[in-house]
Write a protein that binds this ligand. Structure first.
Ligand code: DMJ
Length: 642
């Protein structure tokens, strides 16, 4: 290429005089500043803006990933929680809200379930509940998000093998166990009552400052604790509380938010919570809401590969990757934890699009080459290639594996791809990550491009339960092996609890530097009311009926009561190794949806949400097994419509 020489100015600029250079540079820098500044005035949807401004620049969003992002924010900003104005306004708002809320007649699920338990009466299950729907509710109801009329609730109920709440709501015959179950119910009521009193409609309760927390994970959606609690309240028979929660969904759950949300968090908590509430109660309200919300999530999949990005603006539909995720990548635990909910969105809407979206993710993951058969945590939604070789069964990876085996189970064991991928992944995990400590503890290390990090996160402790529920469907000769592995991992996680002063487990524990199953770093010593260890106790109890799991669960109840219960709710703690605890002032919504639900199930009979009919999503919201052949059965259809 030829450059025409301007008089006195060489193409390279080398011939400029000093003053000319200065003026030129001044002009240039002014131009750059102007262009960059203009970016801020562009709407969010303009691609150029997203390229130049990372998420953190466009809006302060909690840093985190699929499974690590849920709870750190408040730990980082202890000052904010002491804001006295926030406290007053939250209180004021609560009391007005409470006054204006008119209570609907409570419905006791005992009565309903009694009818269900008898063979015949499943048909009219929804009757007493639909009577609770007011005329105004009916008048305002509209069908968003697909042709949902085709889903027949009564037919779905007929396809279940057992009544969802068991014969006596899962009440155990042994008085001591029942007493423990009642205690857990009391904890739920206490947590709920305080949330209702001080943080109603906000996402979470700050129990020390007695106000609400909104955070920035849900894109302007509110009431995360309410949505997360619906099914727990219902199965515990806390019907007055359940009815309040339902009323709030009816009158105040506003899905027309324009905020920027974590696709993963909205999916597991809101979509999962509303789906479960619908399947358990048959209330059309929940179906309408979840289909409306489901539609808003679809634009997140508009990427070159169909792998969704982590953050979505619920109003405009624009999405982008977390600012901290390397090279604009998507997170395995986020895009790999949509399958269960999206399959049910298709079931309810009769719109295949949801299943197509998640099957596309599945296909890509199945096809792509995997280092040593392992799935790294970061993938580019543009090229469809792995971005880094960090593998973890804890944060960033965890629920992807969980959703593989649960997809298989939820498909009534017909989803063979999910099955193959799960057992393939487990084999690779066993070959590369599972370790035995000198003291004989089995643990899952993390893998960084072939180098092992001998650390296990609290989040990874869900894997005891996962390996347990998958034990039956692998190679028959491996059944016992998987049950043993599940028991060993659960034992290790229990050790991480028993080796602390408070008998609660740290966020992460290590197996190097002299210690075993203990946190060595100060920053890993916190406990934020997480459920994963208790979740594994619950599954292992159901699978083995070894009484030790109930004992371990009870130890956790006692520790929660002693160290996390405060005057106005439950709070996480900053250091599990010291008895003079410092509270983090946050009652996580997953404490209500997961920790307390798993404890309640642990002390209940197995016929409360039987595993033959239900799988729990990663936020512990029960979703029914999809029995395609039963649902399509003409005879059943005829009977149901009669
Ligand atoms: C929950 O929101 C879910 O269990 C998620 O998969 C992991 N993190 C929290 C609980 O710790």
């Amino acid at each position: 290429m030829v450059f025409r020489k301007l008089p006195g100015v060489s193409a390279s600029g080398m011939g400029l005089r000093l003053s000319q250079k200065f003026v030129f540079l001044l002009f240039l820098s002014g131009l750059v500043t102007l262009c960059f500044g203009a970016l801020f005035f562009l709407p969010d949807s303009v691609r150029l803006k997203r390229i130049f401004l990372s998420k953190t620049e466009t809006q302060p969003v909690t840093v985190g990933s699929g499974s690590e992002n849920d709870a750190r924010e408040h730990l980082k900003r202890p000052k904010e929680q002491e804001h006295p104005r926030g406290m007053t306004s939250a209180k004021g708002e609560t009391s007005t809200k409470l006054k204006t809320l008119s209570r609907k007649p409570s419905v006791s699920h005992e009565a309903t379930e009694e009818r269900l338990a008898g063979g015949k009466a499943q048909e009219d299950l929804t009757l007493p509940r639909s009577k609770t729907e007011s005329a105004s509710q009916k008048a305002t109801s509209s069908d968003h998000g697909g042709n949902s009329d085709t889903f027949r609730y009564s037919k779905f109920k007929r396809c279940l093998l057992k009544p969802p709440l068991g014969r006596d709501n899962g009440k155990p015959s042994d008085p001591k166990t029942n007493e423990r179950r009642e205690k857990v119910k009391e904890m739920m009521k206490f947590a709920w009552d305080n949330y209702k009193r001080f943080a109603w409609g906000k996402n979470e309760l700050r129990p020390l400052t007695r106000n609400g927390h909104i955070g920035n994970m849900f894109g302007g959606l509110r009431g995360a604790s309410i949505i997360d609690s619906l099914d727990t309240l219902y199965i515990m028979g806390l019907m007055e509380e359940y009815n309040d929660a339902k009323e709030w969904v009816q009158t105040s759950l506003d899905l027309n938010s324009n905020g920027e949300a974590s696709l993963f968090e909205v999916n597991i908590r809101y979509v999962g919570g509303l789906l479960s509430a619908y399947y358990l109660t048959g209330e059309e309200l929940f179906k309408r809401k979840v289909l409306e919300l489901g539609e808003k999530l679809l634009p997140a999949f508009n990427t070159p590969t169909g792998i969704p990005r982590g953050v979505i603006n619920l109003g405009s539909g624009t999405s982008w990757s977390w600012g901290w995720a390397s090279a604009g990548s998507s997170i395995l635990a986020e895009f790999g934890t949509l399958h269960l909910e999206f399959v049910h969105l298709t079931e309810l809407s009769n719109n295949p699009i949801y299943t197509e979206k998640v099957m596309n993710i599945r296909k890509l993951l199945n096809k792509i080459e995997k280092p040593h058969g392992l799935y790294p945590n970061f993938l580019s939604p543009v090229s469809g290639n792995w971005v880094q070789h960090h593998v973890s069964i804890g944060g960033l990876g965890d629920s992807f594996y969980e959703y593989l085996i649960k997809s298989f189970l939820m498909s009534d064991k017909t989803d063979d791809d999910a099955k193959k991928m799960y057992y393939g992944a487990l084999e690779a995990i066993e070959a590369n990550l599972v370790q035995k400590s000198p003291g004989g503890l089995t643990y899952m290390a993390e893998w960084r491009g072939g180098i092992l990090d001998h650390k296990m996160g609290h989040l990874a402790c869900f894997s005891g339960g996962m390996i347990g529920i998958g034990a039956d469907d692998g190679a028959p000769e491996k059944r016992q092996h998987y049950l043993d592995l599940a028991a060993e991992i659960t034992h290790t996680c229990h050790e991480s609890y028993t080796r602390s002063a408070t008998k609660l487990g740290p966020e992460a524990f290590r197996f190097d530097g002299g210690g075993e199953a203990t946190a060595t770093r100060l920053s890993d010593r916190y406990y934020i009311l997480r459920p994963e260890v208790i979740e594994s106790y619950m599954y292992m109890w159901r699978l083995t009926h070894d009484p030790k799991y109930r004992e371990w669960g009870w130890e956790a109840v006692e520790a929660l009561e002693q160290h996390c219960r405060v005057e106005s709710g439950f709070s996480g703690i900053r250091d599990v190794y010291t008895m003079t605890v410092s509270h983090d002032n946050m009652q996580q919504s997953f404490f209500l949806s997961e920790t307390l639900k798993y404890l309640y199930l642990l002390f209940s009979d197995d016929d409360l949400l039987p595993l033959e009919d239900w799988v729990f999503n990663t936020e512990a919201h029960p979703l029914p097994i999809v029995r395609k052949s039963c649902m399509q059965d003409e005879t059943q259809d005829k009977t149901a419509s009669e």
